[in-house]
Design a protein around this ligand. Structure first.
Ligand code: HAM
Length: 415
């Protein structure tokens, strides 16, 4: 046998045993987005490198370190590291700005970033996301967040934290950047290499540095004063306050995180992330925000826009964790005739159930039940004689005996 070629580091096969959950995520996306008036768009997986340099920003980690770039026929091409830039390119190229606003698009598919792989972080990963064009008002920001939450809820995920922030507009942000640089400058030699590089080019990104010694510096009172100051101008503040009011009206819980700056350059005003406590360090399932200058920067007419993307591998691990694919009931009995009757009755009532077809010993059947079901339904001689049934909760090991007539009601209630 020759050398075995393995899957590349940071990439994964999605196997038949996993495909059902992927199809479920895709099906729910189609449902939720269509219902809210979004149409699907599929753009190519590679684009001109320049699109990402100009779109995502040449001071970002994505563009500087993480792109899969290659040459063909003297053109520099790049596997898409994200999909906002590609969707904006298509929006401009197909004259979608001439359609009546809002133009609402959604997408799903693979993205590529040359990152250090770890749990929840791959080099080829999948995103599902949306982009909405043409609406400047915070109604669009609120809708984006609401649609994201609706999708997550439809997947059965609700233990999530929403964080929002406003980065202001180009004018007020410039003042903030300068103030930030002023207070951080005395410490510049103590910052990590990344922060030193970002200091001039992209000082906002200093705020989400994960290096402890940098975090200690940014926690100093004079620096915190600047970070926590309400630097945004009156118009930006009104936009943000209105968004918060809409979210309150929608009953969406959120926290304002002033350190939330996001890793892409195109954002202004609203940025947001949705995080899960069950994912370890890579805990963001969704990231997004407003990008009112990107369409113009990529050569289109001035068009406000807002959008988000979710990492499907991260959704997948949350869904897997939550999935309990055990049967509701496993019948444990040595009386095969009674067992067969009971199984038919359970299944007819929509309760998943199975039993031992080979008439093994009682204890063996119980062991099997503990592996495959949530409840063991025990039909011993006493139970059959008294028209009762014993129910063992296999998660807590508690047991009770009830009348046979009450069984269906009992099981319907616990399902
Ligand atoms: P992003 O924050 O770079 O934003 O990515 C969005 C989500 O994709 C993340 O929250 C995470 O769940 C997932 N993700 C990112 N990188 C990886 C990775 N290496 N492995 C696994 N999952 C990952 C964007 O991409 C923007 N285009 C979002 C957007 C749309 N903003 C406006 N419109």
């Amino acid at each position: 046998m020759g050398n075995i070629i393995k899957v590349q580091k940071g990439t994964k096969d999605i196997l038949p045993s996993e495909i059902e959950l992927w199809q479920f995520m895709e099906q729910k996306a189609l449902e939720v987005f269509s219902y809210a008036g979004y149409s699907e768009i599929r753009t190519p997986i590679f684009e001109a490198t320049e699109l990402f340099a100009r779109g995502v920003g040449d001071t970002t980690d994505i563009v500087n370190k993480e792109m899969y770039t290659f040459e063909k026929s003297e053109r520099s091409l790049t596997l898409r590291p994200e999909n906002t830039a590609g969707v904006v390119r298509a929006f401009i190229e197909h004259g979608m700005h001439r359609l009546s606003a809002p133009v609402k698009l959604w997408y799903k598919g693979p993205m590529f970033r040359y990152e250090r792989p770890q749990a929840g972080r791959q080099r080829q990963f999948h995103q599902v996301g949306m982009e909405m064009f043409g609406i400047e008002q915070p109604t669009a920001d609120a809708e984006a967040i609401a649609v994201a939450i609706r999708y997550l809820n439809m997947l059965g995920l609700d233990d999530l934290d929403v964080e929002i922030n406003s980065l202001g507009c180009s004018e007020c942000r410039e003042i903030f950047k300068n103030k930030l640089k002023e207070v951080i400058k005395p410490y510049i030699n103590q910052l990590c290499e990344d922060c030193q590089n970002r200091f001039e080019k992209n000082p906002l990104r200093l705020l989400d540095c994960k290096v402890e010694s940098c975090k200690e510096i940014y926690a100093k009172p004079e620096i915190q004063n600047v970070i926590q100051s309400n630097f945004i101008c009156k118009d930006c503040a009104k936009h943000f306050d209105t968004l918060k009011m809409y979210l309150d009206n929608l009953g969406i819980n959120y926290t304002v995180n002033k350190l939330l700056v996001r890793g892409l350059d195109y954002y202004n005003r609203t940025v947001f992330e949705i995080k899960s406590n069950n994912l370890g360090s890579q805990n963001a399932v969704c990231g997004g925000g407003r990008y009112d200058s990107l369409v113009r920067n990529l050569g289109g007419p001035d068009t406000p826009a807002v959008g988000f993307a979710m990492g499907m591998e991260r959704l997948f691990s949350l869904l897997e964790e939550q999935k309990n694919n055990k049967l509701t009931a496993y019948v444990v009995s040595t009386n095969i005739e009674e067992t067969i009757k009971l199984i038919a009755e359970l299944r007819n009532n929509g309760i998943s159930a199975d039993f031992d077809m080979t008439n093994k010993k009682f204890t063996k059947q119980l062991e099997k039940a503990a592996k495959v079901a949530n409840y063991a339904l025990i039909l011993g001689e006493d139970e059959i004689a008294n028209n009762t049934i014993s129910i063992k909760d296999l998660n807590t090991s508690t047991q009770q005996t009830i009348n046979r007539n009450e069984l269906n009601r009992f099981l319907q209630n616990i399902e």
